[in-house]
Write a protein that binds this ligand. Sequence first.
Ligand SMILES: [Ca+2]
Length: 250
Amino acid sequence: MNRSRGTSRLRATTTLGTMVLALAASTSIVTTADAAMAAKAVEVEASWEMNEPAGATTMVDSGPNGFDTPVNQAGIDTGFSFDGATAYSWPRRPPNLAPASPERVIQIPDNPNLDPMNDTFTIEIRYRTQENFGNIAQKGQATSSGGQWKIQNPQGRPSCLYKGSIARGATRAKVALNDNAWHVLRCVKTPTAVELWVDGIRVGRKAGAVGTIDNRIPMTIGGKINCDQIRVTCDYFSGQIDYVRVHRGS
Ligand SMILES: [Ca+2]
């Protein structure tokens, strides 16, 4: 399997870099620092807006990589409306109640575009819940070779976890957010830290390089897939998700 990412992002970066250089040459205003920042512009890896109507069977990716993914109506309701947003809804269920319910979990097949590698890597979600449990989105589990990233909701205080080749880095909201209102979470891994942003404000930062993350596990939304509720809990999410976006950069 070819583990290199698509050439589209390389082309886009090159084109942008060329444009910046051309602009700098023509105006002499753009500084080297500006050009470097522009050349590192955010690349969209996936953007699932979850705006499909009730009964939908495909979660459409509006990003450049086309990660359209099946949705199982036996476990998830699409076309849920709240406070001006259209979202997916996961009916309430205790997170660790047997048997396992894989119909609740959206599985996006493994792809290197969804692995952080050693890059700055951001997962942004808009969600609401009144519960104090649940894994919201992740790629890889605790024992996965190649590491993992995860957004979870213990005690209603969400945390971002990135486990890489060097270390595990995590940071968690200091206040509970399970008030049934929409909140935007951004989990950012930079080369030197892990950050959590809530509703546009950085609320947590854990310094330290985590290293490379590159596993062969599907990305999941709504809980784990490699679980049996006996030896490994599935940690199902209950609530609604308005969108999930994955960016390289921040
Ligand atoms: Ca939406």
